[in-house]
Design a protein around this ligand. Structure first.
Ligand code: ADP
Ligand code: ASP
Ligand code: MG
Length: 415
């Protein structure tokens, strides 16, 4: 049969969490296949498999080598891709499972967070030509050393978007356990609204600021190559959310969404001598170890000493403390204190570029809810506050309401 267009679909871990769900996904794929589409399907590991593998590794060795972590983690997607293919065979749909390396996905050697450097989809194209649905194990590729490398947590999204670009697909559909991109995590805000469209920039900002529904790097790639991405549910036929470029006349809400990130910890280096070069020394040592630092605040100095606070990923906290213990001695600072009980609440929207007073409203809402702001950071289209972890959900709900994002409310329009 002559095939219609090519669609790249991705099914996340929750969509293939058990046998029934794998069968459900297989039925969905079969119905697309029968409509005449060529299909490349990226699949994540079953349910929480990756988390379980990470935990297992840390039980065996608290600091496992990144190469071995990749050997281990990549097995999750290998298992799900072959199981899904077997389910399709039972439905008499021709299909073949391929690992990332077999699919021609080449990465750099930065194990556990590798970048895709090129894709040579020769094998995928051959399989499509033979009439096969190609099931690709997400989240992985081949490093320059010939080893398997993974693409960072949530990396199956990146596999899907990058393959959609490499194959010049007509559409990239991301199937998950919610009906699209919402104004806030629907698990936290009960009356969050599903958005029909969101810009790449807004989605990128929301993903970077904690909305794990899409991996931030996958949106960077989508934006760079204008890949049309639709996020939708694997359990319903509702239309989902289109992630696209900003177009004139697109509903210009001031705030498109609110997000919560609980993955960071705060570090304060106390009693730092207030002289040129000291901040550079602190951050250079951390960056040499590949640790990314975010929101940075330096206090007003008193008697030639100051405090510098910043946030790091909780996963990098222990290494940061070890590095800073040495730096503190070298620069003659007093000590280092850490706080893991923080979170970051953010508002995002391209409309806020032209709309003054958004920050003031945000701070006011938090104040009225007796939520203390510890640190603040802004970008052109977002404002984030670091607050106490226990206040996170309350803050998200209050901001969601205050900016008119709840169901049945009309979002405040930008001028
Ligand atoms: P998958 O297993 O399909 O990759 P994820 O768990 O990575 O799914 O992402 C889906 C989850 O993202 C949802 O269950 C939801 O709780 C969460 N989420 C966070 N923020 C948002 C948002 N703004 N819109 C939709 N979902 C969100
Ligand atoms: N299984 C990997 C993870 O849990 C990749 C993914 O689901 O996208 O991070
Ligand atoms: Mg995901």
């Amino acid at each position: 049969m002559a095939r219609k267009g090519l669609i790249v679909q991705k099914f996340g871990g929750s969509s293939v969490a058990n046998v029934d769900r794998i069968r459900n996904v297989a039925r969905r794929i079969a119905s697309y296949y029968k409509k005449g589409y060529s299909l490349v399907v990226v699949v994540s590991a079953l349910g929480d498999t990756t988390d379980e593998l990470v935990e297992l590794a840390h039980t065996i060795n608290p600091s496992p080598s990144p190469r071995e972590m990749d050997m281990l983690m990549a097995t999750g997607e290998q298992a799900s891709s072959s199981l899904l293919t077997m389910a399709l065979h039972r439905l008499k749909i021709p299909a073949v499972a391929l690992t990332g390396p077999q699919s021609g996905i080449y990465t750099d050697k930065d194990h556990t967070r590798a970048k895709i450097v090129k894709i040579i989809p020769k094998r995928i194209k051959e399989e499509i030509k033979k009439g096969n649905v190609v099931i690709v194990a997400g989240f992985q590729g081949l490093s320059p050393e010939g080893d398997i490398a993974t693409l960072g947590r949530g990396g199956s999204d990146l596999t899907a978007v990058a393959l959609a670009k490499a194959l010049n697909a007509d559409l990239c559909e991301i199937f998950t356990d919610v009906e699209g991109i919402y104004t806030a995590d629907p698990r936290i805000v009960k009356d969050a609204r599903k958005l029909d469209v969101i810009t790449y920039d807004e989605m990128l900002e929301m993903a970077s600021l904690g909305a794990q529904v899409m991996q931030a790097r996958s949106i960077e790639v989508g934006k760079k190559f204008c890949v049309p991405i639709v996020v939708r549910s694997s359990l319903s036929n509702k239309p989902g959310t289109l992630i696209t470029e900003e177009v004139e006349g697109m509903e210009g809400a001031v705030v498109r969404g609110v997000s919560l990130d609980r993955s960071e910890a705060k570090i304060t280096v106390c009693g730092v001598p207030d002289r040129p070069g000291i901040a550079a020394k602190i951050f250079k040592e951390l960056s040499k170890a590949g640790i990314s630092v975010d929101v940075i605040v330096q206090n007003v100095s008193s008697e030639g000493k100051t405090d510098i606070s910043f946030t790091v990923d909780k996963a990098d906290l222990k290494r940061s403390i070890d590095i800073l213990a040495k730096v503190v001695k070298q620069i003659k600072a007093k000590d280092v204190i850490t706080d893991e009980n923080i979170c970051r609440v953010s508002i995002v929207g391209v409309g806020m570029r032209n709309y003054p007073g958004v920050a003031a409203t945000m701070f006011d809402v938090l104040a009225k809810n007796k939520i203390n702001i510890d640190m603040i950071s802004t970008s052109e289209i977002s404002i984030s506050c670091i607050i106490k972890d226990k206040d996170g959900k309350k803050a998200v709900n209050a901001l969601h309401k205050a900016f008119g994002l709840s169901k049945g409310r009309k979002a405040k329009k930008a001028r």
